[in-house]
Design a protein around this ligand. Structure first.
Ligand SMILES: [Mg+2]
Length: 190
């Protein structure tokens, strides 16, 4: 299904790096709750099955969201995940396709931090590897405990784990980022 984006006006100020958690933000369920590889990719519903035939499903708006980000010339994509099975996560990112772009998710991501730990560490590492300040990052994650990254200046968006990132939420977050950074700049000028 093609999301209704025709009325959306891309804001003037965009994040320089948009970061996503993986489990229950891009896909469901948690990848370390699956039985693991070998995974089989299913093109019809953009899902994987694990070695026991259980599904790992990409939420339906994710490919459209990634496609929209690719249309922003100065915005990169990052991943911050605390999964206990980073190798499985990277494998899944390579299997999941973005039909609109003719590539897989992994190929569309510029920076990745995937290992157990606190998200403040992941985001700090992303700042160092990308050279992009935390204040210029927008971060989507389904767990409230990870909102602690706000103390770094990261713009945090809490995702509904039953839906993942939706196009509506993504566009609203871009508009809010634009308003917040606009306010910050006005404050700094005075
Ligand atoms: Mg998660």
């Amino acid at each position: 299904m093609i999301p209704k984006t025709d009325k959306f006006e891309v804001p003037k100020r965009l994040p320089k790096l948009i970061v996503f958690d993986l489990d229950c933000t891009l896909w469901t369920p948690w990848i370390d709750y699956t039985y693991g590889p070998p995974f089989i990719y299913h093109e019809d519903d953009n899902s994987l099955t694990d070695k026991m035939g259980e599904k790992l499903v990409l939420f339906k708006n994710i490919t459209a969201v990634f496609t929209m980000i690719q249309s922003f010339p100065d915005t990169k994509i990052g991943i911050a995940s605390r999964t206990g099975t980073p190798d499985w996560a990277r494998m899944a990112l390579k299997y999941f396709q973005i039909p609109e772009l003719g590539c897989n998710l992994h190929d569309s991501i510029h920076y990745m931090e995937i290992y157990p730990g606190r998200k403040t560490q992941h985001l700090t590492e992303l700042e160092q590897s990308s050279g992009i300040a935390c204040q210029d990052m927008l971060f989507f994650d389904d767990e409230q405990r990870n909102a602690e990254v706000k103390k770094l200046g990261v713009h945090f968006v809490l995702v509904n784990p039953a839906k993942g990132v939706t196009m509506h939420q993504f566009q609203s977050a871009l508009q809010q980022f634009d308003r917040q950074t606009s306010t910050t700049q006005t404050t700094l000028q005075f």
